[in-house]
Design a protein around this ligand. Structure first.
Ligand SMILES: [Zn+2]
Length: 568
């Protein structure tokens, strides 16, 4: 490994602090002193100070060790007991759509029908030349049964089509104009991978589930390269502000891929990004040729398009997550529906064996227990066919995991990619999930501690813009299983709480491992200087709730990519 040290500098033993014998006249560019620096090494040790030269960490130790490296041009930040961590990494996030949503009609921060309608009306009035009203971010719990209606939209936007996906992107709220343009009427059959919500007489009600949303979405004028660029830059700015220095984009289409390459080429991509190309479930292995072409010119600067996203199933709330046992009807009776395999088991195995052999990283959306089983079956088949590769397959979401699957993560080297924020008692859980899963499957949700107990490698990600990308809110829930919005509530399946240090490692070294960014994720001499400075001592219980932590500065390659004023 290139240590990043100037020629003639005696080698420094990595992770052993600063040795006076190794000192040279070369001063540091950046020194952080007087802090609680979480190194994230296997021993999970701490230091007081560190020094950066160029884009690498060149010394880690005590204030005394580091002081000789301070020169006239060194920037020195006195931490005054605050915490420094390796830069946070998000192992499953959607920054382009999240950023675009922030720039469009953004309902993520608003609550309830009235407030949403006020925002939509305001946005439509302020953007008279937008052909379609786009954006999204409403929540299922904002409407009875999770079903917003078209009439509400028709009243405020009668003349232009409106298409607004919900926060998790699985449903869309549309007005009559959008239905008309899409040709969706009471005679339109449901597509195989979705459902048109209907009134009693069969007329479309205004909510389109899963694949049914595609029927309208395909009529939206395509997002331009300029839109994607703006969305990506806004997403990047927002993620840096919560301490994130790298991420895995969980759904990269061709245009997104090109947008990343353009930013990587111009030097505007300040985050390290792994792109997961979308596996088209309507095609088979023939799409691999395209993926190979895309990868061949898909690694540039801080971007690497080396992962493939395989969407195995849907979500519980609309009955599309693939379950081993059928759903209940909400009144204690079993139904005939056990969800959908978006990719059937044999197709999934064939795809993953081939992708793994070609060195692609499989990134699964596996939410129901049947999807989790099938994804692990596919990894097992790849291991058997190809031997132990370094593709680091990972399964995101893991909402319901059957106990038989828990040890398989360890034995197969499949990473558990957790979205910890969702493991709480909130309306979406109590009203739209528990009654339909039934008691047995309900008790197997988000089993983070069980996975750790079975030796699984835990990595974390937000799935933003489904929910907040703020790692501190997510770590608080990982530790408490209580929503930061209602901190006096009962914890959700409290036996599955994990330690803060485990959550922190999952968001740093763990996610860095999932991203194949092996020179990041920990703080040690020779590592890249990707860092986050927090506004407090994160482990001091007297400092307040974990989720209230704010980031003061974020560094990538030793350069601040986010900074609040007054840090020095
Ligand atoms: Zn996602």
């Amino acid at each position: 490994m290139d240590t990043g040290l100037p020629c003639g500098t005696p080698p420094i033993e990595r992770g052993r602090g600063w040795h006076p014998a190794a000192m040279d006249n070369e001063r540091a560019d950046l020194v952080l002193t007087g802090g609680r620096i979480f190194l994230g090494d296997p021993a999970r040790s701490w230091a007081q100070a560190l020094a950066v030269r160029g884009n690498r960490i060149v010394a880690v130790g005590s204030d005394r060790d580091i002081r000789p490296l301070i020169g006239a041009s060194t920037r020195v930040i006195a931490l005054r007991g605050r915490t420094v961590t390796p830069g946070f990494q998000d192992a499953h996030v959607h920054p382009t759509s999240g950023g675009l949503e922030r720039l469009r009609c953004d309902l993520n921060e608003s609550d309830g029908r009235e407030e949403h309608l006020r925002i939509i009306a305001g946005y439509a009035a302020a953007h008279p030349d937008q052909e379609w009203i786009l954006g999204g971010g409403w929540s299922l719990t904002d409407f009875p049964g999770g079903l917003p209606g078209r009439e509400d939209l028709d009243r405020i936007v009668p003349d232009r089509p409106v298409f607004l996906p919900n926060r998790d992107g699985h449903d869309a709220w549309v007005n009559s104009r959008a239905l008309e343009i899409a040709g969706i009427t009471k005679d339109t059959p449901d597509p195989v991978d979705g459902r048109i919500e209907r009134a009693a007489d069969g007329t479309p009600q205004g909510t389109l589930h899963e694949g049914a949303a595609d029927l309208a979405e395909r009529h939206i004028p395509s997002t331009t390269a300029a839109d994607l660029r703006a969305g990506l830059l806004e997403g990047q700015r927002y993620l840096h502000a919560v301490g994130i220095t790298a991420w895995q984009d969980a759904n990269v289409g061709r245009a997104d891929h090109d947008a990343y390459l353009a930013l990587a080429g111009s030097g505007e991509l300040t985050a390290r990004v792994v792109g997961a190309s979308w596996w088209d479930r309507r095609q088979g292995l023939e799409q691999i040729d395209d993926l190979l072409v895309r990868r061949a010119n898909g690694v540039l600067g801080r971007y690497a398009g080396t992962s493939v996203k395989l969407m195995c199933d849907g979500i519980i709330e609309n009955g599309t997550a693939a379950m081993l046992q059928p759903y209940f009807d909400g009144h204690g009776m079993r139904t005939a529906n056990s969800g959908l395999d978006f990719i059937d088991r044999e197709g999934l195995i064939a795809a993953v064996v081939k992708l793994d052999a070609l060195g692609f990283q499989p990134h699964f959306h596996a939410l129901g227990d049947r999807a989790v089983r099938h994804a692990l079956d596919a990894v097992q088949a790849a291991r058997e066919a190809n031997g132990w590769s370094d593709t680091r397959p990972h399964l995101a979401h893991l909402q319901v995991v059957h106990p038989d699957e828990l040890p398989r993560f360890r034995t197969l080297g499949a990473l558990a990619n957790a979205q910890p924020l969702w493991a709480v008692h909130e309306d979406q859980m109590t009203e739209l999930t528990l009654p339909f899963l039934g008691p047995e499957a309900s008790a197997r949700q988000y089993p983070w501690r069980s996975l750790r107990r079975h030796g699984a490698t835990l990595v974390m990600g937000s799935d933003w813009s489904v929910s907040t990308p703020d790692p501190f809110l997510q770590m608080e829930v990982a530790v408490t299983r209580v929503s930061p919005v209602t901190r006096d509530h009962e914890p959700f399946l409290p036996d599955e709480r994990i330690e803060l240090v485990d959550a922190l490692v999952a968001f740093t070294a763990g996610a860095a491992y999932a991203n194949h960014l092996d020179e990041t994720g920990t703080i040690a001499v020779g590592m890249l200087a990707d860092l986050a400075i927090l506004d407090r001592d994160l482990f001091d219980e007297g400092a307040g709730a974990i989720g209230d932590t704010k980031v003061l500065a974020t560094f990538v390659d030793g350069v601040p990519v986010f900074e609040r004023p007054g840090l020095d």
